[in-house]
Design a protein around this ligand. Sequence first.
Ligand code: NDP
Length: 343
Amino acid sequence: NKQIILRDYIEGSPKETDMTLEVAKINLNIQPRSSPSSSGGAVLVKNLYLSCDPYMRGRMRNFHGSYIPPFSPGSVIEGFGVSKVVDSDNENFKIGDIVTGMTGWEEYSLIHKTESLRKIQSDDIPLSYHLGLLGMPGFTAYTGFYEVCCPKKGEYVFVSAASGAVGQIVGQLAKLHGCYVVGSAGTSQKVDLLKNKFGFDDAFNYKEESNIDAALKRCFPQGIDIYFDNVGGEMLDAVLLNMRTHGRITVCGMVSQLTLSYSEGLKNVYMLIPKRIKMQGFIQSDYLHLFPQFLKHIIDNYKQGKIIYIEDMNEGLENAPSALVGLFSGKNVGKQVIRVAHS
Ligand code: NDP
């Protein structure tokens, strides 16, 4: 059983050498079995697809004050996956079922915490989409946009890291809602995707702008009603200068700050007062009761061709560390996933 192990807690940006590939023996039958078979028993899965997500960097440091505990150095990295059940001691899952939920960065995983697993019903949507469009990132976009941004038709919406897993969905939901939407991204290829594939009204490459404030003023001469923040830092500070009265800043993530020991200070926070801006962070898992309606909304729109989805698929478990590292330099174009096995 090939496995990706976190060597030790890290500081700064993750590097491929922070992780190592090891091979361990695995028994492809669950033993010992609980008797009689119960809904609390374990399942053994073959991992087909694994997800690379920015929050995983947060789990690589020795910090216990977050909403999710750190990884254990010397242990297999955990993450969302799509997997096939190959043995089961749990009456809710049978051999051959395809499931998604928390699994390990390895070929086969023995999962005891089966509460996190959800069976995937077979349809014509690719299985890997359950790690993005129909999984945690898509759900983040859905809950962040509808529940936290409180959008109104005709409002001016700005999304950062806009071509990524969360951003591409947020922008398209905002367009479907009748908003004017601008995105920022870090390459001209991504800007082109935003404008010509995802249907954003405008987009800019923040790495090529000498003055972010000026870029925002160019794209939003009338100001911004909603900022869906995926990056924090300098971008957030510039957005604060360009918000409209009663605007909302939804803080989804701060990928630019994840690799720093301390968050950079913001100079323009005082703008919250004269502009009466509401700024709110959120965690998608607080809204899990909305998951069924999220799936219906996204699947309906996807099947009608109203939502486009782009993923960046890397082949092979051994390439998972470089894919994860790449999130922090913007190497991924779309949602980053790893194919571990075809079936
Ligand atoms: P992405 O697919 O967008 O990948 C990360 C992207 O971030 C990169 O491709 C890069 O895009 C951009 N980026 C990396 N480093 C920097 C930097 N220093 N400054 C600016 N941009 C940078 O990731 P996700 O869509 O999965 O996640 C987006 C955000 O949402 C993250 O902050 C994540 O932590 C957060 N999140 C929050 C959740 C919640 O419940 N609150 C749940 C899930 C995600 P580019 O080339 O455009 O710079």
